[in-house]
Each structure stands twice: as C-alpha cells, then as structure tokens.
Design a protein around this ligand. Structure first.
Ligand SMILES: Cc1cc2nc3c(=O)[nH]c(=O)nc-3n(C[C@H](O)[C@H](O)[C@H](O)COP(=O)(O)OP(=O)(O)OC[C@H]3O[C@@H](n4cnc5c(N)ncnc54)[C@H](O)[C@@H]3O)c2cc1C
Length: 503
C-alpha cells in the first residue's frame, strides 16, 4: 500500500526543510532495496511492500524532525537497520517513509574505566568490535547475523546472542539509549539519569518495554553498551552421536554443569545432520552413523577455559559422545557467526535440487519440552511437503538461552522455493506458521526467543501467548502513538485504534 502521489510531494517538500537532498531517496531502486528482507515472500506480491521514500538521517535531531513531520502529515514511518530481521519487522506494510539509520554509525565514546561504548545505532557489531579489539575489549552481542545486523535492529528485536549463556543477550548488554517517540519527542531509555547505570530500582523498568517492539514504539538512535575483556581463549568442541536421545541428554548435562566460562551449547537433530550432509557445502560431511551433534562453547582466559573444557569433555564422554576433532570444531563454530551465506537450494520430495531460500521459525522452549516440540514441528513440515513441493525440511537446532540450561532457542529451518510461492502455497505456509507457534504455546513456551512474532501466521497467536498483556500492549501503543504512524500494521496493533472512543 502506498500514499497518494500529491502527498508524497508534500512530504518531500517538508523533509527538505530538515534534511539535505542526498538524504531523501525516492528512486525505485532505492525504495526497493529498502523493502527487501531475508524471509521468503511471494514474488508476485513484492510490490505491495515498498516504501514511498527512504531517508538517511545522521543525527537524533534529524530523526526526530522526520518523525514529527510524519506524525503531522499522518504518514507511516518504518525504522530499518541491517534489514536482516526474520519476522518482517522492517517491511513497510503501508508504504510511507523508511528511516534507514545506517549512516548513524559513529562510535561516540569508548569508556575504558567504566567499560562502556556509546555508539550510533547504525553500527554493526563486527565494525564496533574491530575498534574495541584495539583496546582488548569486545561487545559480545553475537547473533548468527553478526556481520550485517546493526545495534538499532538488535534493540528493535531484543535479539538473542549465540554466546548469551555467558554474556547475556541484547537486552542485558544495552545499558541505555535515546529513542525518538512516534510524536517526534526524544526520550532517554535506561536506568538512572546518566547513560551507564546497569541496575536501578527507580520507577517502572521501561528499558524492556522499548526493546523488541519491532520499531512500533519509536526509533533508537544512540546506545550505550556494556563491554567485556576480549576472550583470550575460545573452545568449541563438536561431538557426534549415533542417536538423538544421547545427544539430547548430553546437551542438558553440559548446560546444567554450571561451568563459569560456558557461553552456550547447541543441539543438532537428525534432520539437521542429514541436511548438512546432503546440501550444505560449508560443512564437512559426517559419516552416516552420525545422527545428531552437540557443540559446547567456552569463552574466557586460557587458564580458565582449559580446565572447564576438561570437565565438559568428561560429561560428553559419559553420554557416548565422539569428539569430531579441532578442525571441524573450530571451523564450524566460526561459520556459526556468519550464516548469511546459507545455501540457495533445497530438494523436492523426489530429491530434485531446486532453488530455495532459507527461512527460520523459532521459539523459546524449556529443556524438558524439546523432544516433543521437535517431533511436532517436523510433522507440520512433513504435512506441508505432502501438499506441495515448495518446501523442504532443513532440520532443527536447539541453542541454550541461559547459563543454567532452563530454556532453548529452538529453530526449524525450512527451505522455500520462493519463485513457486503462489497464493495457495503461501496460505499453506501461513497456516503452518500458526501451527508451529501453537505448538510452542501448548508447550508453555514462547512463539519466539529470537526474531519476534509479528509475521503473518504466528502473529495471530500473540494474543493467546500474552493474554491480558496483549491489551496492555494496545493501551501503550495508543498512548504513545496516537496516530498509528510508527510501523503500522505490525503485531495486530491496529486493534488499538479500532475502538470508537480510544479514551
Ligand atoms: C542469517 C541470519 C542469521 C540470524 N541469526 C540471528 C541470531 O542468531 N540471533 C538473533 O537475534 N537474530 C538473528 N537473525 C535475525 C536478525 O539478524 C535479528 O533480528 C537482528 O536483530 C535484526 O537486526 P537488523 O539490524 O538487521 O534490523 P532490521 O531487520 O533492520 O530491523 C528489525 C526490527 O527492528 C526495527 N528497528 C530497526 N532499527 C531500529 C531502531 N533504530 N530503533 C527501533 N527499532 C528499530 C525494525 O523496524 C524491525 O522491526 C538472523 C538473521 C539472518 C538473516
């Protein structure tokens, strides 16, 4: 959906009062480039999700001016950082303005004594860590999209980090940030009046509210982040198992061991191992008797990681694990931080190789629920495959979210033949997404640990997951965004405006 051409002209005229000409992008290429996201969508419908223009602000004041203009003119506005989000958060469902914050990528301060960095939210963790490394420091927000997702998008999604079991996830690592509210006012979000307090009990704890909202409550422009010593040692043993049950028992035991340098563990199920063997060129193929894999990761100083490793190796051995050797262990772990180059092909039911894009469905699930969620999700995808050749099951991972092993980011990777995604196949997929989300909820989990849950299908179950909390979301949205201009159409938040009298 787009806005009328004469309104676009009025908008451009207004934007010229606050931005330079080169910061206002109206060409088709610029607009289409900022409509793209990795999650597959029917090609014949791509034109529905293109912004009317994009802007490239460089300061908080400019973002605030743009938002104020959008609010006055009642024009939709969508924040976009790396555009790697997998729940369509940065997709402009109603046209309007995409605010691309990539030029806000300065490092404003590295505070060596308090161990913080203050940055523009358009910076990537990769670039930031290149600078921090010079001081022996690092910022440990480490998604598999590490090189190309940006700090603002991490705030917008409240992202999950591969090494979060040791360092925490985005919400733990971001201390504070400046946020442009949907009315154009600027608000400082965080604990305390300064930027660098990690714990306060004063007032409502608003930081969590303003993270993970998928750009529906404002645009984060400058953030202060917690830093850690750059780890001297990284140990990431990969073990093979000849059955899923041993691997499952092993990952649980490793995560529950309470080893201080433990940064995370990953369980690869049979489907994933078969897929890696079959189709992922980046992986060193495993013999057929390997049916499941586990990887554990330890980060820290050499003299703490080495004994910790001994302990975890002992636990793995007790669970019939076979160590795969240093080369595979180091190589595969390195590749985990940069999964952008996922394979571009999959297979039909008959084994025919066809072009496919990757899609990942994720949920937060307790350890004890993993086997039954795994089974139910594979059945959903198998059912899809019985109905059409557009989908392939690329297997599942379960990654620890916490240092105690309480819950796991559980993901099923689905190959989608995007060029063949017609209306019928899309409907089947949306229904499958609903079923995948329903399984997570029926297992007392959450629809998403990682990406958010505002894409078609899964979003229908958000009110079921949140209960009264969903009504609170509507009330907050209406209060902060009276004209529904900030990323409209997401998270069923239009319902906040459906009532006759919002007051
Ligand atoms: C290969 C691959 C691997 C991935 N692995 C992981 C992983 O391990 N962990 C994980 O958490 N995610 C992962 N993701 C998903 C994605 O990278 C994350 O959701 C990431 O946080 C998005 O960041 P981004 O900069 O690309 O944001 P975008 O996609 O641009 O935006 C994401 C959302 O945040 C909003 N937003 C963007 N900028 C701002 C801002 N400045 N202020 C407020 N809201 C904003 C957008 O409107 C949108 O709703 C992966 C994605 C890919 C493609």
């Amino acid at each position: 959906m787009t806005i009328a051409p004469e309104r676009v002209e009025d908008l451009v005229t207004a934007l010229r009062t606050v931005l330079r000409e080169d910061q206002i992008l109206t060409s088709k290429t610029d607009r289409y480039n900022r409509a793209r996201v990795p999650a597959p969508f029917p090609v014949h419908r791509w034109a529905e999700r293109v912004p009317d223009l994009a802007v490239l602000p460089t300061t908080t004041e400019q973002v605030a001016d743009v938002v104020r203009i959008a609010n006055e003119l009642r024009i939709p506005i969508v924040p976009r950082d790396g555009g790697t989000g997998l729940t369509d958060g940065a997709v402009p469902l109603r046209g309007g303005i995409v605010v691309d914050v990539k030029r806000m990528n300065k490092i404003w301060e590295i505070d060596l004594d308090n161990r913080t960095a203050t940055v523009g939210t358009g910076i990537s963790m990769l670039k930031l860590n290149e600078e921090l490394g010079k001081h022996g420091l690092f910022y440990p927000d480490d998604p598999a999209s590490y090189p190309c997702s940006l700090v603002g998008g991490r705030i917008g999604t409240s992202g999950w980090s591969l090494i979060g079991s040791r360092y925490g996830h985005t919400r733990d690592l971001v201390l504070s940030f400046d946020l442009v509210l949907p009315t154009g006012e600027v608000m400082h979000v965080g604990d305390g009046i300064g930027r660098k307090i990690s714990k306060s009990s004063s007032g409502y704890q608003l930081k969590h509210l303003f993270m993970g909202h998928q750009g529906t409550l404002g645009i984060a422009t400058e953030a202060t982040l917690k830093l850690y010593p750059k780890p001297e040692a990284e140990l990431s043993p990969f073990w093979a198992f000849d059955n899923y049950d041993d691997a499952y028992a092993c990952v649980g035991a490793l995560a529950r061991a309470g080893v201080a340098t433990f940064a995370g563990a990953v369980l690869f199920d049979e489907w994933k191992v078969a897929y890696l063997r079959r189709d992922d060129e980046a992986y060193i193929p495993q013999p057929n008797d390997v049916r499941a894999l586990v990887c554990a990761v330890m980060y820290g100083y050499e003299d703490e990681v080495r004994p910790a490793g001994k302990r975890l190796f002992r636990i793995a051995k007790e669970h019939n694990a076979r160590y795969l050797g240093d080369e595979i262990s180091e190589g595969d772990w390195a590749a985990r931080h940069d999964r952008y180059a996922t394979p571009l092909h999959g297979r039909t039911k008959d084994g025919q190789v066809v072009p496919m894009s990757w899609h990942c469905e994720d949920a937060a699930v307790n350890y004890t629920r993993l086997p039954s969620v795994t089974k139910a999700w594979h059945e959903i995808v198998a059912d899809l495959r019985r109905k059409t050749d557009v989908f392939d099951d690329w297997g599942m991972f379960a990654y620890t979210s916490a240092d105690t092993g309480v819950d796991y980011l559980t993901e099923i990777d689905v190959g989608i033949w995007e060029q063949q995604l017609d209306d019928r196949a899309w409907e089947l997929w949306v229904q499958a997404k609903r079923e995948i989300a329903a399984v997570a909820i029926s297992h007392q989990g959450s629809i998403s640990a990682c990406h958010g849950s505002c894409r078609e299908g899964e979003v229908d179950l958000v009110p079921d997951e949140l209960g009264r909390g969903f009504d609170v979301m509507l009330e907050v949205k209406r209060a902060l965004d009276p004209n529904n201009i900030m990323n409209p159409g997401k998270y069923l938040l239009d319902r906040a405006y459906d009532t006759e009298d919002p007051a």
